[in-house]
Write a protein that binds this ligand. Structure first.
Ligand code: MSP
Length: 514
């Protein structure tokens, strides 16, 4: 099965922040899961480089827009490398290969009769790159997101006939599973119910953008240009292809993962543009929540922005991935609390999972001649741990494929907890004192090690590094084309040489602000 997943194309007005990392980590996890399920994944990310916001930022730094974009784009790429983001495509909207796709898209939409010249008057937020609805009596309206004054605009623009697609969009958004999570669907339904208004897709006298063919002085509105980036991503070699051919290159997207603030663009404007261009629609749009820090919105003025680079060097990849993926229900807002973060990592990763591996390997080394115990596989086939695990694995595969990442993480932890409980109940350290119990102890230790191996495998899409560290100590390598094979009970080899265990996750300490 083909599986195309996208992050938003991030604005390059500033270096990446925790919000960009959050979406990208989630998409990385989902992509890794689908690859292990044997699907043909195209994971798209990239940057959105045109528009007034970027132009102004470059000017304020005395750089040309291109110079500025190159600097920030490199920061994104470096960051994704640091975090092991397994993207397949990285789109830049200033890439030469993007322009012809935007142009052909426009020409088809124009030929469908969906473009006309009109007058656009209204209050514009450069931060959002969007016209805002404001109460008519406010003289100096403010953007509620950026907390900055809106700018009055009155210009001749090209318009897209969004209103023509009212009933098709209504139908689309009412479809079960198109907008996820369900809680976000209402908001879009209410917006659409008010009646869709045509929107402008060009700007005049804004040189930092792609020129509209046939309309001198007009450049494409940054959102029109950026959304089409998802299509350019599917033609990485810049071949001369028709939009229709993109269908054999991975279009439509299986899911667009975005923040809740840009849901309207993805669930309403973009599908209408695609219908007009005669292209199939994405199967799903997932709007995740916003992250705050210690109860406060993050912002430069508050000086409380969490820098993903610093976080990485302070706490490492696994810890941050686990906290963001497990503790924040994907789809809901979340609050980054450092104290909670440290406690969670120490409990879940160092104690529940790390100690389980450590103590079980130590026992195996001590009692079974530095090896994994020898057992008869038939005797453990119907082991109670196996029965519990196979149900959890089934649920995990369902929750991962429905983007319930935090539930999936919880399920992994449940297995480690069950294995710990099992060990504590069986007390092999007491039983081993009597030689007659050696066989039973061998089975107990083997089964707990096996459960730990499965924890290591299931962690792979979420925490690839920790997964490798766990599996390396058990001398197991995931079959990354058929991972269901790796999830089968009883694959840990008996009489496998074990080395002295190394803690897979160091305990964290709360560190002072840097
Ligand atoms: N360039 C557009 C997207 C175009 S997609 C064709 C854009 N870029 S953005 O850089 O401003 O935002 C990218 C994503 O970051 C959005 O999905 C936004 O919701 C997300 N976040 C920005 N701040 C965030 C938090 N504090 N928390 C979580 N995500 C947040 O919009």
């Amino acid at each position: 099965m083909k599986f195309t997943i996208t992050t938003p194309l991030y604005y390059v007005n500033d270096k990446p922040h925790l919000g960009s990392l959050y979406t990208t980590l989630a998409c990385d996890t989902i992509s890794r899961f689908h690859r292990l399920e044997g699907n043909e994944v195209i994971f798209i990310t990239g940057v959105d480089e045109h528009g007034q916001k970027i132009l102004r930022t470059a000017e304020s730094k005395n750089l040309t827009p291109k110079e500025h974009c190159d600097i920030i784009c490199t920061k994104y790429k470096e960051l994704w490398h640091l975090w092991d983001i397994s993207y397949d495509r990285f789109v830049r909207t200033t890439d030469n290969l993007h322009k012809p796709i935007v142009e052909s898209f426009f020409k088809i939409v124009e030929a469908s009769g969906d473009i006309y010249i009109g007058r656009q008057q209204g209050w514009y937020c450069v931060g959002c790159e969007e016209y805002k609805d404001v109460e008519s009596n406010s003289e100096e309206p403010i953007c509620p997101i950026h907390n900055r004054k809106l700018e009055w605009r009155d210009e001749e623009n090209l318009f897209f006939r969004l209103s023509k697609y009212q009933s098709q969009i209504e139908q689309l958004i009412s479809k079960e599973g198109f907008i996820l999570p369900k809680s976000r669907k209402n908001e879009i339904e209410n917006f659409v119910k008010k009646g869709l208004r045509d929107f402008s897709i060009s700007r005049v006298d804004l040189p930092w953008g792609i020129e509209v063919p046939g309309y001198k002085q007009h450049t494409f509105y940054v959102w029109f240009d950026a959304l089409i980036g998802y299509l350019s991503a599917l033609n990485p070699s810049g071949e001369n292809i028709t939009l229709n051919q993109l269908k054999s290159h991975g279009w439509p997207a299986s899911v667009h993962v975005i923040g809740k603030d840009i849901l309207r663009f993805h669930a309403v404007y973009w599908p209408a543009m695609l219908i007009s261009a005669g292209l199939p629609l994405p199967a799903q749009v997932f709007g995740h929540g916003f992250l705050t820090r210690e109860g406060q919105k993050m912002g430069k003025s508050l000086g409380n922005v969490l820098d993903p680079n610093e976080l990485y060097h302070k706490y490492g990849q696994d810890a941050v991935r686990w906290y963001l993926l497990k503790d924040f229900q994907f789809g809901h807002d979340g609050d980054f609390q450092e104290q909670r973060f440290v406690e969670l990592i120490n409990n879940d990763l160092s104690n529940t999972i790390g100690n389980l591996l450590n103590r079980t390997i130590s026992m195996s080394i001590k009692w079974f001649n530095n090896q994994t115990p020898t057992i008869n596989h038939e005797e453990i086939a119907y082991h109670p741990l196996n029965e519990q695990l196979s149900k959890i694995i089934d649920e995990y595969r369902t929750t991962m494929s429905t983007l319930q990442i935090s539930r999936s993480a919880e399920l992994i932890l449940n297995i480690a907890t069950l294995a710990n409980i099992y060990l504590n109940e069986k007390e092999p350290w007491a039983k081993i004192k009597d030689k007659a119990n050696a066989n039973e102890v061998a089975k107990d230790i083997y089964c707990v090690l096996e459960a730990t191996r499965i924890v290591g495998v299931m962690l792979n899409p979420l925490l690839p590094q920790l997964s490798h560290r766990i599996l390396a100590q058990l001398n197991f390598v995931i079959d990354d084309t058929h991972w269901t094979q790796s999830l089968r009970w009883g694959l840990l080899r008996t009489k496998e040489q074990l080395s002295k265990p190394i803690p897979v996750m160091q305990k964290l300490e709360l560190q002072n602000e840097s």
